[in-house]
Design a binder for this molecule. Sequence first.
Ligand code: PDD
Length: 288
Amino acid sequence: MKYALLNGEMIPRLEAKVDVEDRGFQFGDGVYEVIRVYNGKLFTANEHLTRFVKSADSIGISLPYTIDQLKETLEKLIEKNKLQLGTIYMQITRGTAKRNHAFPTEKVTPNLVAYTNDVSRPTEMLCSGVKAILTEDIRWLRCDIKSLNLLGNLLAKQKAAEAGCYEAIQHRGQDVTEGSSSNIYIVKNGVVITHESNHLILKGITKDVILDICSKRNIPFEEKTFSLDDLMNADEVFLSSTTSEAMPVIEIDGNKVNNGMPGEVTRQIQTLFQREIESQCGELVGES
Ligand code: PDD
C-alpha cells in the first residue's frame, strides 16, 4: 500500500481526499513542486522547497511548516513508500471555503498534499534525443509562479503529443520562452543560451544546476531572450526539467537539429549533470 501526506498526516493514499470546495480543485488556487528521488534520496530538495515557499508566498499562502520540517516529512514518506527511483509531487492550496473568487475573509487552513510515484530515468531518450514542435505561448504573465493553473501548458503539451513529439517549445511572437514543462536551451558557437529567469518562464531547478555546472566547468553561457530564428539555426538544442534532466532535442517542426544527433556540448552537460546527481544521491546503476 502507498501512503500520502495530507496536512502533515501520513495516511493510505486512497484515503487522501479534499473537499469539493477545495480552492485548488475549483480554481487552481495553489502551487506545486515535483522533486526527483534517486537511490531513495531527494535531489536538490532545498532548492525545490525554497521555490515552493516562494511560489506560495507570491499568491499569499503561507506555509504552516519550515523547509526543514517539510524535508523531514518528505523523507519519511519516501521511506514509508520504499521509493527508490521516482518523484514526489506536492501541492498546497489556499484551503477549503465557500466558492467565491476573492480570497476567503474567514481564516482557512491551506491543504498540503504530497505523494510519491515510481518514475524511471528516460535513459533511451537521453541518449537518442527527442522531437519537439513550436507553439505560441498563450499563458499568463506570471509563469515564474509554479501555479496549479496549467491549462496553457497542457494545451501545448497535447499539441506535441498529437504530433508524436515529446515537447512543445513555446514562443511569444519571435521570442522563445520555454517548453510546456521544461526550460529550453540553444548552443551556438559553443555558447549555451537560455531565456533569462523572469516572469515569462519558470526558473527551473534543473536550469540552475545546469548553469552552475556551466560556470564551474567554463562552458560559456548566457541568460537572454533568443528568437525563433536563433532556435532554428542553433548548433544544438536541449531542454531540461526534473524528470527529463538534460534532454537533447533533435528535431523541431520536422526540421533536424545537428543532423538529428545530440550535440557535443549537450552530451558534456549530460555527463556533468549525472555526476551532480551522483554526488548528492549516490551512484546511478542500471535503471537508476
Ligand atoms: N515541470 N518550465 C515549466 C513550465 C515546467 O513545468 C517545468 C517543470 C520546468 C523545469 O523546472 P524544474 O527543472 O524545476 O523541474 C520549466 C515539472 C517537472 C512538472 O510540472 O511536472
